[in-house]
Design a protein around this ligand. Structure first.
Ligand SMILES: Cc1cc2nc3c(=O)[nH]c(=O)nc-3n(C[C@H](O)[C@H](O)[C@H](O)COP(=O)(O)O)c2cc1C
Length: 211
């Protein structure tokens, strides 16, 4: 049996730096990812925990120019609609935010959660069917960190219509959209989230209850 590796202090300090510098990235250099990098990152994402070991994440890599344009149009419409839900200063601030990197990101893919999968034999899903989506999100976060460790940035785009996205990407009806992801080398590095830098929101300490 392979012995469990040790994770010394300097590794832990580096790991904390990885968490601190991960960032949701929306500004990319045009440089494409090296050959095989995306496949490797998707492989690492698939080590993530999943309910009943169901591994329900499904990746749809979007290369077609027509489909990318359709995703961009979907985002622009949803974003314009979202803007109407804000008033005054908040609306003005929202309008200034950059909430996707669809024009620049050299690599783009969608993640879906497959509710029809028989992998895992339904373990853990009966009372909480949403655990299928939670599992797909675990894969996303694993990928996010793995990418950042290689200097690759990722941005999550959720300002999209899931029904329209399923049509654009021609996906099976049992797959639910988790998100659309823009990936590439960041053109800027920050330890503070963009929404905090822009004055939209601040990070706060955790809410913890003791019962
Ligand atoms: C479920 C989810 C959906 C998100 N959707 C968007 C989005 O549509 N557009 C965007 O710019 N950022 C999106 N984000 C990124 C968040 O705004 C970002 O994670 C947050 O501001 C904290 O910044 P950080 O990831 O750089 O720490 C999303 C993040 C999550 C987890």
């Amino acid at each position: 049996m392979t012995p469990c590796p040790q994770f010394p202090d300097d590794f832990r300090a580096t790991l904390v730096n990885l968490f601190l510098w991960r960032r949701d990235v929306r500004r990319f250099k045009p440089t494409p990812l090296p050959e095989g990098a995306l496949e490797r990152l998707l492989g690492l994402a698939s080590i993530a925990p999943s309910v009943g070991l169901s591994q329900p994440w499904r990746f749809v890599v979007v290369e077609s120019r027509e489909r990318r344009e359709a995703v961009k149009a979907c985002f622009e419409r949803c974003n314009a609609e979202a803007l109407t839900s804000f008033r005054g200063e908040r609306a003005a601030l929202y309008a200034r935010l950059k909430l996707a990197g669809l024009n620049e990101a050299p690599c783009q893919f969608a993640v879906f959660a497959d509710h029809a999968t028989e992998q895992g034999h339904g373990l853990g899903r009966l009372t909480m069917p949403a655990t299928i989506e939670y599992s797909a999100v675990m894969a996303v976060h694993t990928l996010w960190l793995a990418a950042r460790a290689e200097g690759i940035g990722m941005g999550w785009v959720s300002i999209l219509d899931p029904t329209e996205m399923a049509t654009i990407l021609d996906t099976p009806p049992q797959w639910t959209l988790i998100g659309y992801f823009c990936v590439g080398y960041p053109s800027q590095e920050h330890s503070v989230p963009e929404l905090e830098r822009e004055g939209w929101e601040v990070r706060r300490p955790p809410t913890i209850m003791v019962r």
